[in-house]
Design a protein around this ligand. Structure first.
Ligand code: ADP
Ligand code: MG
Length: 751
């Protein structure tokens, strides 16, 4: 109760927005001030060296020593002027978060003075080789058998495509961050980023091959039009709860979600939270976090209340995918830190509270040329619609062929609570296009004019007033404003991009994006091949050739398109008929990574090697059972050490009261009634604790194979936890409030 009182009385922190001479400084003026980007590198290097740096950055080649030394020197001075004393390679091991190990700039330099006397001098230094590469003791990161202990070396290598930045910590600690990849001695990817960069390269190559067939690049075109990259905008959902209440809940603290807890009378049914007024403590936290993020060059754009009480969302402006991933991880990190300063705790878990909506991370994804031309933008120019349709269909083809792989990329013990529940996409991966685009594809397939959607009565028009046969070589206008929304689809086209909505709020977007990029790269390669084939002896396919390929793909990708309610049972039946996968548990999803069709594609593209795939599979399985075991053990402890004793105390109080009533010859009926209600529940809870123990044992008995352990966890732990929870929640509703030792959902979810 003290915690609740503290919660109510807490003032908001007042962090003033940057100002100068009493006047506010505009966000655009301090945006990116903590970032050492291309502009700074350009200043540090002679012109030709900078040009070479850019070429090497794009080509993913290693830098030479003198260039690296020059950049290292410039960035050290820049960072030290901002107060930095340390630097760190900042990388993304397969733990879902980031890792860092700080090194001081401070070095001791020994010189031999006169008469051979040694002189030790303290200096600040940072060399090019320190910038380029570090060798942290990496033996304790998950490697899934990639590294044996005697060969435990792992290397972090500067990722030149992502800018360095400084972060200020408490007590003025300031550190220079160097975004890095993390690889083994043999060059195997040990992290999330290496494979993402490989996938970006492959999708770019494949996209350029298709573009080259569509639009021959004329002489003299600036080279940036020869660049394609994928773009990502992450909508990040999260909960904010008071820290005093949070620390009283071992389940939240240890597992990130409430393992027990009855649904309060009021939760989200009034629909009054979504887009509602942002509570002032939350707004204070959000804007303080945004302030930090702006300095770090993270373009945060939107903030709002989400559906569940105390659930919020933040979305940045989209960026090149690997930078957007770095920025999403940074955003999560900064939000946690700032929430802490405001005595709040941010929960990124996909389902922290049963009975109200969970959180996702919608990954808005598209392809862009170097000059910012969005390849999934229908545009209003019909002549570019071939390009649009081919890229759209390649993406559909990727989802169709490798839906299982996409499902694997979003599978985790925590996201499993969302998927298939009535709030998030189901376990079936399909794609939604909207009525208009569906009509466009249908009309092309059937060689008939498209209905004109911009006219309210949707009457059919003849394009350009010409006869039907013109349709064979012309395409209709496609307007992006006409795309509608389907909140139930896991993969929806939303105007000029796809929105992969099944990604979990807690997970790094890196792995799902890697798999999506890979699948699309593979499909684009096939599209290019089909175009070449259609063109025959001609150097470029004609419009009719392109249309032929488009028709072929419209037909072959039809089964992955679904416009209806993805939550319905009918869809499950329909999807089965169409041969789409419906993968309802994590271990089955992880198996998709090593499934023949998927692993062949990934290895052929060079995004993963066979052993890298095997190690991911191993790590995912292992993490899944570790997650579930952690939950089961936490729940067991809470039930045995907190809930059961509370029930005993309450029963003792009731029994004492009964005895008192009887002593003075009064009816103890009412007390007895409640006492009798608790008896079967308490007995049942004790049984469930035993069943939990059994289930935990079953997992340990499954042996040391992570797949077997993961399957045993799904089979035994999930039902045992669910069963125990039902009884604990019933008890919570009977036990007198003053005997109940944990903050309840009704208390945690209201400020
Ligand atoms: P909504 O809630 O309607 O989906 P939001 O504004 O919350 O819209 O989020 C949309 C996200 O999509 C933003 O992060 C935005 O930057 C991103 N986005 C827009 N265009 C693209 C694109 N071409 N590629 C990737 N992401 C994009
Ligand atoms: Mg969205």
């Amino acid at each position: 109760k003290d915690a609740i009182r503290d919660n109510v009385l807490r003032p908001s922190r007042n962090v003033p927005y940057p100002s100068k001479d009493g006047k506010p400084i505009y966000t655009s003026e301090f945006f990116g001030e903590s970032v050492f980007g291309l502009a700074q590198i350009a200043k540090a290097l002679p012109k030709p060296a900078y040009a070479q740096f850019l070429r090497k950055m794009r080509g993913g080649q290693a830098l030479d020593k003198s260039t690296a030394d020059a950049i290292a020197h410039a960035v050290r001075i820049w960072a030290m002027d901002k107060g930095a004393t340390h630097f760190t390679h900042w990388f993304q091991p397969q733990t879902g978060t980031t890792a860092e190990k700080h090194d001081a700039f401070l070095t001791l330099k020994t010189t031999h003075g006169q008469a051979g006397l040694e002189e030790v001098k303290a200096i600040d230094a940072f060399s090019g080789s320190q910038l380029l590469q570090a060798e942290p003791d990496a033996s304790s990161f998950p490697s899934g058998g990639m590294r044996t202990t005697f060969e435990a070396r792992g290397y972090t290598v500067w990722d030149t495509t992502s800018p360095m930045f400084v972060q200020h910590g408490p007590h003025k600690t300031t550190v220079l961050y160097i975004p890095s990849i993390f690889i083994s001695y043999n060059g195997d990817a040990l992290d999330e980023k290496t494979v993402l960069l490989r996938s970006t390269e492959q999708v770019a190559k494949a996209a350029l091959a298709v573009l080259a067939l569509l639009e021959p690049v004329p002489h003299g075109v600036p080279p940036q039009t020869n660049v394609v990259y994928t773009t990502l905008g992450t909508e990040q959902e999260y909960f904010l709860v008071d820290r005093a209440l949070y620390v009283l809940r071992p389940d939240l603290k240890i597992t990130g979600r409430t393992l027990i807890g009855a649904l309060p009378a009021k939760h989200q049914q009034m629909e009054d939270h979504y887009f509602g007024h942002i509570p002032s403590r939350v707004l204070a936290t959000m804007s303080e976090a945004e302030l930090e993020l702006y300095k770090l060059g993270v373009p945060v754009k939107t903030r709002h209340n989400e559906v569940a009480p105390q659930q919020f969302e933040l979305a940045p402006i989209f960026e090149e995918t690997s930078l957007a991933v770095d920025h999403n991880l940074l955003t999560m990190d900064i939000l946690s830190k700032i929430a802490h300063r405001n005595n709040l705790k941010v929960l990124f878990h996909e389902k922290p509270f049963k009975g109200v909506n969970g959180s996702g991370k919608h990954c808005n994804w598209s392809l862009s040329t170097g000059s910012g031309d969005n390849l999934l933008d229908p545009t209003i120019k019909p002549e570019t619609n071939y390009r649009f349709l081919l890229f759209l269909l390649a993406t559909l083809d990727a989802v169709q062929r490798h839906g299982g792989l996409l499902r694997a990329g979003i599978a985790s013990a925590s996201n499993e609570h969302r998927l298939g529940a009535n709030e998030a996409p189901p376990a079936i991966i399909s794609a939604f296009l909207g009525e208009h685009l569906t009509e466009v594809l249908d009309s092309i397939e059937q060689s008939r004019p498209v209905k004109n959607f911009s006219v309210p009565d949707m009457r059919t028009i003849k394009l350009g007033g010409t006869a039907l046969d013109v349709m064979v070589s012309t395409l209709p206008d496609i307007s992006r404003d006409l795309t509608d929304r389907n909140r139930t689809s896991p993969f929806a086209f939303t105007g000029n991009k796809f929105e992969f909505r099944a990604v979990g709020s807690k997970q790094s977007p890196s792995f799902p994006m890697t798999l999506l990029n890979a699948a699309v790269a593979s499909s684009l390669q096939d599209v290019a091949e089909a175009l070449r084939k259609a063109a025959g002896d001609k150097p470029y396919p004609s419009d009719a050739d392109k249309l032929k390929v488009i028709r072929q793909y419209i037909a072959s990708t039809k089964s992955v398109r679904f416009e209806g309610d993805n939550y319905s049972d009918d869809w499950k039946k329909e999807a089965a008929k169409r041969g789409l996968l419906n993968i309802t548990n994590c271990p089955d999803a992880f198996d998709q990574i090593v499934e023949e069709k998927n692993s062949t594609m990934l290895c052929k593209l060079g995004i993963f090697s066979k052993s890298e795939l095997a190690s991911r599979h191993y790590i995912l399985m292992e993490r899944y059972s570790k997650d579930l075991l952690l939950e089961a053990n936490t729940l067991r402890t809470m039930l045995a050490q907190t809930i059961l004793p509370a029930a005993f105390e309450y029963r003792a109080a009731l029994a004492a009261s009964c005895a008192q009533q009887q002593q003075i010859k009064l009816s103890a009926g009412p007390e007895l009634k409640t006492l009798n209600q608790t008896t079967p529940l308490v007995e049942s809870l004790q049984e469930w604790i035993d069943k939990l123990d059994d289930a935990i044992n079953q997992v340990h008995l499954a042996g040391h194979d992570p797949s077997a352990e993961a399957r045993a966890s799904a089979k035994h732990l999930l039902p045992a936890m669910e069963g125990a929870r039902v009884v604990a929640d019933e008890l919570e509703e009977i036990i007198a409030d003053k005997f109940f030792p944990l903050p309840k959902m009704s208390e945690i979810l209201w400020f």
